[in-house]
Design a protein around this ligand. Structure first.
Ligand code: NAG
Ligand code: NAG
Ligand code: NAG
Ligand code: NAG
Ligand code: NAG
Length: 157
């Protein structure tokens, strides 16, 4: 009894690790999955973001962090060398897997779409547009992931 209580937080942590490993090793074509559970949707969306391209080197790469901090003088570089198109592919992929996906910075898919579309139309300014709804959604999905990960670990034992 005493022991059980001590390993409590460890459980959650181990669950998260297990969850991340699952995410990393999942099947290749994330858009092929229709009708997935919310948990699987999240994993597939994550897989979309694993599609990195040499068209988007360094800071141009869209990660789970969600930042697209392209400065004004990098606009042409970003938009005309294929990174814009690759980024559109990534967010479309994420959108098909999980419409309400929220990046770690609180940006929604719509926010990223707006940032890159507006950036390539009028020039980037080094910031990423983040609507107010994102932050709330992010904390919700974080709580969900923790619960889901713990549950999976529990089931696997
Ligand atoms: C943009 O300007 C910064 C300095 O303000 C410079 O370090 C960087 O190399 C420039 N990038 C491009 C693509 O011109
Ligand atoms: C990765 O993204 C490119 C678009 O830039 C797309 O053509 C390609 O099919 C994607 N690869 C996978 C494995 O989904
Ligand atoms: C991004 O915006 C464009 C233009 O408004 C729209 O056609 C496209 O469907 C949007 N993509 C996503 C993934 O929301
Ligand atoms: C910078 O770009 C973002 C995203 O496109 C936009 O929301 C914001 O209004 C811009 N800020 C300025 C000062 O132009
Ligand atoms: C992008 O800009 C935001 C603030 O505008 C900052 O908090 C964030 O750390 C920056 N991200 C990167 C990758 O530079």
């Amino acid at each position: 009894m005493e022991n059980n209580r001590i390993v409590g937080p460890g459980f959650v942590f181990a669950g998260l690790v297990f969850f991340l490993v699952c995410g990393f090793t999942q099947a290749k074509d994330p858009t092929a999955n229709a009708n997935l559970s919310p948990f699987q949707q999240w994993r597939s969306a994550y897989d979309c973001l694993q599609n990195t391209s040499n068209l988007c080197p360094g800071i141009y790469e869209l990660t789970e962090g969600g930042w697209v901090n392209v400065s004004r003088n990098q606009t042409d570089d970003y938009c005309k060398n294929g990174c814009f198109d690759h980024t559109k592919w990534v967010i479309t992929c994420v959108y098909y897997c999980k419409r309400d996906y929220v990046f770690r910075n609180g940006a929604t898919i719509k926010d990223i779409n707006y940032t890159v579309a507006n950036g390539c139309l009028h020039g980037f300014n080094g910031t990423t547009y983040i609507s107010s709804s994102g932050k709330i959604l992010w904390s919700k999905s974080m709580a969900f992931i923790t619960i889901a990960a713990t549950w999976i670990l529990y089931k696997s034992m």
